[in-house]
Design a protein around this ligand. Sequence first.
Ligand code: SF4
Ligand code: SF4
Length: 356
Amino acid sequence: MNRSAKKITIGNHRTVTFAPEASNVFFHILTQCNLNCRHCYINSEQHGRNMLSSDVIDAWLAVFAEKCHKPNVIFLGGEPTLHPRLHRAVHKARQLGYRSVTVDTNGYLFHDFLTKVSPDVLDYISFSMDGATASVNDAIRGTGSYGECVKGIHAAVAKGFNTSLIYTVSRINLHEIELMPALLKKLGVSRFFIQVIGLRGNSASDSHQHQKHADPFERLSMAKHEWIERIPAVAQKAAESGIATTYPKVYLDQGEPFYCAGKVAQNFFIFPNGRVYRCPLCEDFPLHSYIMKTGADHHPVLTKTDRINESDLFNLDIPEGCVMNKLIQPENISYMEDGSPEYKIGCCLLKEEFGV
Ligand code: SF4
Ligand code: SF4
């Protein structure tokens, strides 16, 4: 997605830092979905319930193609293949000169999507799967969703598409993540993205207490040591079998500089109600930096919103690192006796990558 990001390399392991010349457009063209996953981040109150028309999609794509130099676009939903004209959006993005075009899907691939696009216009199809087995995946994503996803991957690989897979790790499926590299290899998936649902500081890691906690977020989230002990090892194993693997950095190393992508990178998260965010952690709040408005000539205009908005938060300098993390998921920070944080939390968009 972020092809011109800078990479700091140690062996085949890199921290993918922000590159100001790279732009990414995360385009939610609708919010409807056929599934109801336990960790779904779509919030219709904040993101709208409408499906954008093809004309509006084309016009908004043109706005970002003009604003950014050869951006990457990722079409998302809801489930983007529920849009009967998604294929047209893919072709339009290619025609407008987008550097790469990706579709994120839950695998159902509605409207015979694969028959309407080809690997020369669509760089990647990214499938979401949250378990190495049907029982674990379906407990999170719904009955039958594992089988449909596997079927979708087989169909895409058979047609020559590049495929990737997103696995959102939580306490429910952590025990199956080690099984993923072999499964991905078998399925012919070439890239693996590990996401995280939530993390807690080590101080809260007692599992008995954890079970008793009533907050569903807390029940799903892992402790820092679980993340650090398990995730890089899986990523390395996947890379050794030929699958490039990326996961969020989360905890900055001692002395490692902190950067907020909202200040130093070009990422735009667009929703069908016209809101445009720079930070994914702000998406549950009316803190968007921009709104799409219609100009006098009926063309869309990317318009800055009134402050206070997310950009005011990006400028705050706190010892814990990411301000939004501190505001909305403070449970993943641990403090020392003197009240200072044990570590800094990096930007959620900062990734570690094991290349092949
Ligand atoms: S497939 Fe995606 S959009 Fe649909 S319910 Fe699951 S997480 Fe939400
Ligand atoms: S996640 Fe934190 S550091 Fe990253 S853009 Fe948002 S506020 Fe900035």
